[in-house]
Design a protein around this ligand. Sequence first.
Ligand SMILES: NC(=O)c1ccc[n+]([C@@H]2O[C@H](COP(=O)([O-])OP(=O)(O)OC[C@H]3O[C@@H](n4cnc5c(N)ncnc54)[C@H](O)[C@@H]3O)[C@@H](O)[C@H]2O)c1
Length: 333
Amino acid sequence: MNVLVAGGAGYIGSHTVKRLKQAGHSPVIYDNVSRGHKEVVDILKVPAVIADLNDRATLVRALRDYKIDTVMHFAAYAYVGESVEKPLMYYHNNVATTVNVLEAMREANVSRFVFSSTCAIYGDPDKIPITEDEKKAPVSPYGRSKLKVEQVLADAADPKAWPGFSFAALRYFNASGCAMDGTLGEDHDPETHLIPVLLQAILGLRPGLTVFGTDYPTPDGTNVRDYIHVDDLADAHIKAMEKLQPGKPIYCNLGTGRGFSVKEIIATAEKVTGKKAPVTYGPRRAGDAIALYADPSRAKNLLGWEAKHKDPEAIIRSAWNWLKDHPKGYGKR
Ligand SMILES: NC(=O)c1ccc[n+]([C@@H]2O[C@H](COP(=O)([O-])OP(=O)(O)OC[C@H]3O[C@@H](n4cnc5c(N)ncnc54)[C@H](O)[C@@H]3O)[C@@H](O)[C@H]2O)c1
């Protein structure tokens, strides 16, 4: 299939482009590289349109020129803290831009859509592991922007509104790790995700790491999260794309189903690197849920997908291998 990967120069998008290519599909990157990396286009050797998704004329032209069948939409802003400070910027780029993408698709007669949603739409869940039926109560503008897009998609998919439109909303847990073959990595600026921040601290690229809260009601007092390898996420997108069907919207959690505490991740990183992590322990941070991990059974039953890398050691090793080779990220070695 010809797949337009919006946000394909970013972290999860670039890994998905690679897997799409390996699976025999024809991905095209569409990215304004505001938060992505031009370098991945050279690494991946696929066609790329460097433009903003709000540039309707360019987007419609790309959809037509490359005879696109499916759009995978990774492009968004994704920092919870930034979304609290700049909610309008988040609603603009995450919601309004997505509406523009959908309108461009209608114009170009493209009707298959895979959307990057997030477990942040559940907020602080009543029950863990989290199923897709958990209440949707996001606690940040970021989470709310993603839930709004899910609502937009549900309305757009009404056969009276857009006959033939099909979509999947994939709710990722904590995307982590780097391509197992070492070709692609994680390079956010600023980096806020635990594993890269921890490994950067171990490598001496930042002074240290503060763990927020050691008195949570978890076995060791620190937060628990579900770390899902980015190659596994990428594979789930391909499975979801293959299952798209009008009238049958797909909503799936993408996680391993296993939760690991911050302290467990730190201990694993120390084992993988053979070095002590410079960690300080501070008070809780507002807005952090105690424990979040997925019930991944729907993705298994519906998509035939299951995470292959359930062991955080393998995930951390893949991130460590890339970071050691690219201590300053893409293009800045
Ligand atoms: N990283 C995670 O743990 C995680 C978890 C849950 C959900 N998600 C979602 O997954 C998606 C990808 O996350 P990521 O970590 O790869 O982010 P990322 O920032 O690395 O990638 C996003 C890409 O989109 C591009 N982009 C943003 N706005 C654009 C626009 N208007 N026009 C064109 N390009 C634009 C950026 O330049 C960037 O390359 C996001 O939608 C995010 O909300 C990520």
